[in-house]
Design a protein around this ligand. Structure first.
Ligand SMILES: *Cc1c(COP(=O)(O)O)cnc(C)c1O
Length: 381
């Protein structure tokens, strides 16, 4: 059998062919009207996906760079903040705050469990004087999504800003920044934005810009004031990743052409089909409130954790993701994010079935595909 590579991970995600090909074009200079036009069109597309009339800045870094930019541009050492740690990426907010001496109080949520706006409201009352609340729309380590609209309502009543990591969620699940009172939203290009890794995106509300004026955390490369000043000249402070910006423009043409409503509906159908498929195999979801970005599935009893992911990757070359520390082996993650079609879900479920059969799990072969197919088929009609 020819071994074909299937990327089914929640980042990086598959890239459309015309977007891939754009990286092979000759490099154009970035301080030219030609590039400025592409650059500004790209920021306009990003504003649409972010649901904001504020500027969206394009940073040359992975998504974590934009998370760091959110912290250093709004806070000073010793400032009190709350971080919601419901998984690996929520934990990262705390680690960044720690690195800059920000006094973070971590709200630890069991992996896969929900955290409500009422709980956040109580936490804000118990911790007066916090300057920011950090969270994820989609916690990619668990597949859970959170009530960001509710968090926005609660945080807007306080002095604090709401900082949302939308690195896997933006463009896959609704999260309109302005309408939901989000003060900073960050994202990354290698998930729903359908291009190779290397760019991060960040936008600030007027409430967040007020904090930028007083923030004393050290910063240089990620200084938002420099980015803002340069954007007025339709450029970036440093050399942009020219090819990636051009690729992002092409991918945004697809995204904007389709429209956000249709894109969210698409992710919902893929999510529904995946959930129906794994449930038909008698498997359980990890997340109490699963998003349509990825599906985390608990390892069934009697099967050695880690073997599912390993077999799928090495034997079938279907690159799903495992669980990260400290949950390694306890579950696995199938993505339905970015440039994926209905047949990619069939591939994922078939590879999963073959793997489970190899590992001696008892189930009716074909059950997952049988459950998923009508959902996908309906969506084509
Ligand atoms: C992928 C991801 C990140 C990290 O992004 P990098 O691009 O690896 O730096 C952070 N948060 C969430 C929710 C993610 O999905």
């Amino acid at each position: 059998m020819i071994k074909k590579y299937y990327l089914l991970s929640p980042g990086p995600t598959p890239v459309p062919e015309n977007v891939l090909a754009a990286a092979a074009e000759p490099i154009i200079h970035h301080r030219t009207p030609e590039f400025s036009k592409i650059f500004m069109d790209t920021t306009e597309g990003l504003k649409l996906v972010f649901g904001t009339k504020e500027d969206v800045f394009i940073l040359t870094s992975s998504g974590t760079g934009a998370m760091e930019a959110a912290v250093v541009n709004t806070l000073s050492p010793g400032d009190k903040v709350l971080t919601i740690n419901a998984g690996k990426f929520g934990e990262r907010w705390g680690n960044i705050c720690k690195a800059y001496g920000v006094a973070y109080k971590e709200i630890v949520v069991e992996w896969g469990k929900d955290y409500t706006k009422e709980q956040l409201e109580a936490a804000l009352q118990a911790n007066p004087g916090v300057k920011a609340v950090f969270c994820q729309i989609s916690e990619t380590s668990t597949g859970a999504i959170f009530d960001i609209r509710g968090f926005g309502e609660v945080v807007a009543k306080t002095e604090a800003i709401l900082v949302v990591d939308g690195i896997s969620g933006t463009g896959a699940t609704p999260c309109p920044m302005d309408e939901w009172n989000i003060d900073i939203m960050v994202s990354g290009c290698q998930k729903s934005f359908m291009i190779p890794p290397g760019l991060a995106y960040i936008a600030f509300s007027p409430k967040a810009w007020k904090l930028v004026e007083t923030a004393k955390c050290p910063k240089f490369y990620f200084d938002a004031r420099k980015a803002k000043k340069n954007l007025l000249d339709k450029t970036t402070p440093w050399t942009p990743a020219i090819s990636l910006v051009i690729q992002q423009k092409k991918a945004l043409d697809i995204i904007v052409g389709m429209g956000l409503e249709k894109l969210f509906a698409h992710h919902r159908i893929l999510g529904d089909a995946t959930r129906a498929g794994v449930k038909a195999l008698g498997l359980e979801l990890l997340a109490e409130r699963p998003g349509n970005i990825l599906t985390a599935v608990k390892t069934p009893a009697g099967i050695e954790g880690g073997k599912i992911v390993k077999t799928m990757q090495t034997k079938y070359m279907a690159y799903i993701a495992g669980a990260q520390d400290p949950m390694k082996g306890k579950f696995f993650r199938i993505a339905h994010l970015g440039y994926m079609g209905g047949f990619d879900i069939i591939t994922a479920l078939t590879a999963l079935e073959m793997t489970l059969a190899d590992l001696g799990y008892a189930f009716e072969i074909g059950a997952a595909v049988k459950a998923a197919e009508p959902i996908l088929r309906e969506s084509w009609s």
